[in-house]
Design a protein around this ligand. Structure first.
Ligand code: AKG
Length: 278
């Protein structure tokens, strides 16, 4: 498949048994670079075109734009499903490299994109991202067979407000939703032991975490923007459970065929990334 901006690099995607076992125990896996320097640069530029210029090469807007040119330059720039606006972003967030690894981590028959999220935390800016579990916001996905893939589009150092995982917290089940997803102060859930793992990774590396893993991040105290692109993924076995609202539900209802409650997610809103039966 032609991959604009993403062409030649062939990274390792087969995981060793001990890497999968560590994910089961700790709830996360940090992989060596899955995108090379040229790919990172192409993806980062594509994200900047969509976010900073508000230009959509495909003619289709992202699903949710939380920040647009002219808004507070110190606020986090966040956009959901910019894959719809850019083929380079689509190829990155739906890449089989990510799907293959996510599929092995949760032993899924296949992997689909749930949604992507561009996150640009400006230098000396941004807010704290409160400790949370991703699946808590995705209760229309009946099964917690989800993996978030956080693609670093810059080297992320400790002073840049990196992601922080609470190792093993995915074993404690679903926690109440935090009152707000961002704020000024860190707020760790009470009575929750575990090692805090600060995800300082290089550009092109990817952090994978389980849908129940508690995680958050601090402000960017550095002089360099922290730039990441997130591919939130689900197993192809995941089914639709109405109840909690999510923008994907509205978008799904625009599809020619809409999954009924209890049926698997399908259709163009949820692009296939990888399948084990190839
Ligand atoms: O990048 C961040 O600081 C938070 C991202 C996050 O919560 C996620 O990718 O699930």
């Amino acid at each position: 498949m032609a991959q604009p901006g993403i062409k030649n690099f062939i990274p390792r995607t087969f995981l060793a048994a001990d890497e999968i076992a560590a994910f089961e125990t700790r709830g996360y896996h940090i992989h060596e670079a899955l995108f090379d320097a040229g790919e990172v640069s192409a993806i980062r530029e594509a994200c900047a075109v969509v976010c900073d210029r508000g230009a959509y090469a495909t003619g289709v807007a992202p699903d949710v734009v939380y920040w647009k040119p002219g808004d507070d330059p110190l606020a986090v720039r966040k956009i959901d499903n910019s894959w719809k606006a850019s083929d380079v972003i689509r190829d990155a967030v739906t890449h089989p490299r990510l799907g293959h690894i996510a599929g092995q981590l949760i032993n899924a028959p296949g992997i689909r994109l749930w949604h992507d999220q561009y996150l640009y935390k400006p230098e000396r800016g941004g807010k704290t991202v409160t400790w949370h579990q991703d699946w808590a916001y995705w209760q229309m996905v009946a099964e917690c067979e989800t993996v978030t893939c956080w693609i670093a589009l810059c080297d992320v150092t400790v002073d840049m407000g990196p992601m922080v995982y609470l190792a093993g917290s995915h074993k404690h089940g679903l926690q109440p939703l935090p009152e707000g997803i961002s704020g000024e102060e860190e707020c760790r859930p009470e009575n929750m032991d575990g090692e805090e793992v600060v995800v300082t990774i290089k550009a092109g590396q990817v952090g994978f975490h389980h849908g129940l893993l508690l995680h958050g991040s601090g402000k960017n105290m550095s002089e360099i923007p922290r730039v990441g692109l997130v591919s939130h993924t689900i197993s192809t076995a995941c089914t639709y459970k109405p109840g909690q609202h999510h923008f994907n539900e509205d978008k799904m209802k625009e599809q020619p065929t809409i999954p009924k409650p209890g049926e698997r997610f399908s259709g163009p809103q949820f692009p296939m990334m990888w399948s084990s039966d190839k």
